[in-house]
Design a protein around this ligand. Sequence first.
Ligand SMILES: Nc1ncnc2c1ncn2[C@@H]1O[C@H](COP(=O)(O)OP(=O)(O)OP(=O)(O)O)[C@@H](O)[C@H]1O
Ligand SMILES: [Mg+2]
Length: 150
Amino acid sequence: MPPPRFSEQLELAAVLTAVGCSRMFVETTLVKWGATPVIDDALLVVSELVTNSVKATGVTTPDPNWAQLGKLNLIGVRLLGLERSIVIEVWDIDPRTPVVQDADFDAESGRGLFLVETVASRWGSRPAEPGKVVWAELPIQPSPGESFHE
Ligand SMILES: Nc1ncnc2c1ncn2[C@@H]1O[C@H](COP(=O)(O)OP(=O)(O)OP(=O)(O)O)[C@@H](O)[C@H]1O
Ligand SMILES: [Mg+2]
């Protein structure tokens, strides 16, 4: 992967509101970079990856009590702007590698990574110290006259 041209990151507590915050962060950053054609797919990817990280390491009850909030794990979201793509990275403290479930459209869960795989040109995970990073790359085709910038 070439060195990123742009990079922005956000750290969040591992609660469900992290999903909406990550979406706002991704949209604002991609608008700033002029990467608007990829926003819809990027929002889908960040929603799925952050939801997975909260499920794996955080509190998923809608109304967490103070005791739960006192010992929350962190989640990291990083956006990289490359020459012709963006990469969305989500870090969490769980070392387990995510596994795509067999596609079963009747199932009520197990579709998140399948969707990420559908929209991303590449995706994967790598160990981090501690935990791991799950990432997905989305190609950028700037509209005529529009450039990808900071
Ligand atoms: N960040 C993660 N840490 C640890 N395990 C993960 C992580 N993300 C995904 N997984 C594992 O991979 C499985 C598949 O994830 P996927 O997002 O496809 O489905 P799901 O989260 O179970 O359901 P859905 O996304 O449809 O609500 C999960 O059930 C979980 O076991
Ligand atoms: Mg999921």
